[in-house]
Ligand binder design. Sequence first.
Ligand code: 2AM
Length: 217
Amino acid sequence: KELEEVKIPLFYGWFLMSPANEKVKCSAIDFVKTLDTLEAFKKHSADFTGKAEKEVDLEQHFKAKASLHCTTKFSNYGKAEGAKEYAQNLVVKDHFGSVSELSLIAFFVTPRTVGARVSLTKEQLQLWPVDAESSVPGATGLPHGSRAHVTLACAAGVEAVQTGLDLLDILALQKDGQQGELVEMELGSLSYYGEGRWMLALREPICASACFSSSYK
Ligand code: 2AM
């Protein structure tokens, strides 16, 4: 039987390797646990519960992801716009299977998602789709690569695609000059942007080894 045509994957991305995957998961859990104990956070817990005075257990609220990655292109088995072009891109082919370091510069939490913001190097940006930001209403002015992130957890019924949208939403508020309430933490400075949106800018970025590859499920 002849070899079948190579199928386009569900998505491409950098897949965190071991032990970086565990390191990032632990840091995220520590952050979420600490956030939950802060008075500044408790004051706004109604953003999560919908009820004033009611406290939220963030560890219960979110379901953590087991294996972490930073999606570059969501191809949807070839059905997404630009999927074929991305698969045939020489930079993509050349880098397939290569290992590089992802730099995680912030953690963010919303009532829907928990994520880590990734700062891409020039070389990594070559693998970033041109329309990743411009295809999202409200994010058009943000720099190429702004959406880069690792989804760490989602609330019940929330799809992972939401994490990047939540990140862009916070970045758009930052760009408009909204500097929320600030809380200094050991890990960095934490800002509140209203409606349950929190971002911790890490004092020391977290470095994570990751392999550029694709996934079919
Ligand atoms: P994520 O990158 O925020 O984690 C498989 O569903 C992966 O592709 C998930 O990791 C998911 O979100 C990402 N994904 C799903 N739909 C997407 C879309 N429309 N645009 C970009 N990424 C998407």
